[in-house]
Every structure is written in C-alpha cells, then in structure tokens.
Design a protein around this ligand. Structure first.
Ligand SMILES: Cc1cc2nc3c(=O)[nH]c(=O)nc-3n(C[C@H](O)[C@H](O)[C@H](O)COP(=O)(O)OP(=O)(O)OC[C@H]3O[C@@H](n4cnc5c(N)ncnc54)[C@H](O)[C@@H]3O)c2cc1C
Length: 159
C-alpha cells in the first residue's frame, strides 16, 4: 500500500477533537485564522463525546441572569480548599477571569448554549467558599441532524 503525501498550509493545527481541541479550533477560526483539526481516532469527539457535558464556572452571565451573585473571593477560597497542595493561584486566577468570557464567547458566537439550574450545589457546598448554585451549567442538547453525514463520524455517547 502506498501512502499519498498531502501538504496542507494552515495558521493553526489542532491535535484532538475533544472539548479542549474543538474550543481552540472554533476560537481561532472566529478570529479569522485558518484551522485544521486532526485526531488519531477514527471517530471525533474524544472522551468529551461521552461526557455528561456539565461545566463548572463561577461568575458567568447565566448566574447573574438568575440573580445569583458570586461572593467576592468565594470561588478562589473553594478551589484552594478543594485542591489543597495542588492549588495554583496563577492558574486559578486565569480560570476565574477567563471562564465567564469563554461562556460569553460560545453563547454569543456559536450554537453552543448552556442551561443552569438555579439549585445545583457544588460537590462540597458546605466547604469554605462552596455555593448552592450558580456555578454548574450543562450544555444544551444539539440536534445532531445539523451535522448531516458527519454524524456518522462522531463518537457515540455511552449506551
Ligand atoms: C462518563 C464521563 C462523564 C463525564 N462527565 C463530565 C462532566 O459532566 N463535566 C466535566 O467537566 N467533565 C466530565 N468528564 C470528564 C471530561 O469528559 C474530560 O475531562 C474532557 O472530555 C477532556 O477533554 P479533552 O478535550 O481534554 O480530551 P478528549 O475529549 O479526550 O479529547 C482528546 C482527543 O485527542 C485525541 N488525541 C490524543 N492524542 C492525539 C494525537 N497524538 N494526535 C491526534 N489526536 C490525538 C484523542 O483521540 C481524543 O479525540 C466525564 C468523563 C466521562 C468518561
């Protein structure tokens, strides 16, 4: 069997079609860059395709729309408590600052939308900085028919 060599010139090459890779690809494309996404698996979607689709991001517009205000510093306190010796203040600050912006980007520029139940406690809501709601949201169902024939290349969810 001979292998045909194909040369493709792009601005951004993304390896992996899970949430992280696809998010990077969509963001780059929205900024006008030419993107190629590749995956080593036969089907795209990675672990993400069979995940529950829940996101944990404090301080988003979805929370404030429901009148849930993030108490100042609470999310950082919670993450410090939960991660103990793994706590990385710089990464946590970057996550807390940019997480809500990422949600705004997706809801404003793509068909990816999210729903937030008013009551959805943190896993340890009683811990310092823990909350009863306003941080967890789930990706809204998407009509797979919009993918056309591509749906056959999408990794299936867990049975
Ligand atoms: C049953 C289940 C439920 C879950 N529910 C949730 C949830 O509700 N909320 C939550 O936050 N997390 C959840 N998770 C965890 C979450 O799914 C993962 O943390 C997340 O999907 C990881 O995304 P990712 O893009 O980093 O990796 P992946 O989605 O795994 O994507 C990585 C992709 O990269 C490809 N790849 C790897 N190496 C290469 C290479 N060298 N070249 C090309 N491609 C490559 C892989 O084939 C794969 O397609 C759940 C996990 C499971 C299993």
């Amino acid at each position: 069997m001979t292998r045909e060599e194909v040369v493709v010139d792009v601005d951004v090459l993304v390896a992996g079609t899970g949430a992280s890779g696809m998010s990077a690809a969509v963001t780059a494309a929205a900024h006008g860059l030419q993107v190629l996404v590749v995956d080593k698996a036969a089907l795209f979607g990675g672990t993400t395709a069979r995940s529950g689709g829940w996101l944990w991001i404090p301080g988003t517009r979805l929370a404030t729309a429901q009148g849930i205000e993030e108490p100042p510093g609470a999310a950082k306190t919670y993450l410090a408590h939960e991660t103990t010796t793994h706590f990385d203040a710089k990464r946590v600050d970057a996550f807390l600052e940019n997480g809500p912006k990422a949600i705004d980007f997706f809801t404003g520029n793509t068909c990816v939308q999210f729903d937030m139940p008013t009551l959805f406690p943190d896993y340890h809501a009683e811990a310092p900085g823990g909350q009863q709601g306003g941080r967890s949201m789930v990706t809204r169902p998407f009509d797979g028919r919009e993918l056309g024939a591509r749906i056959r290349q999408l990794a299936p969810p867990l049975p």
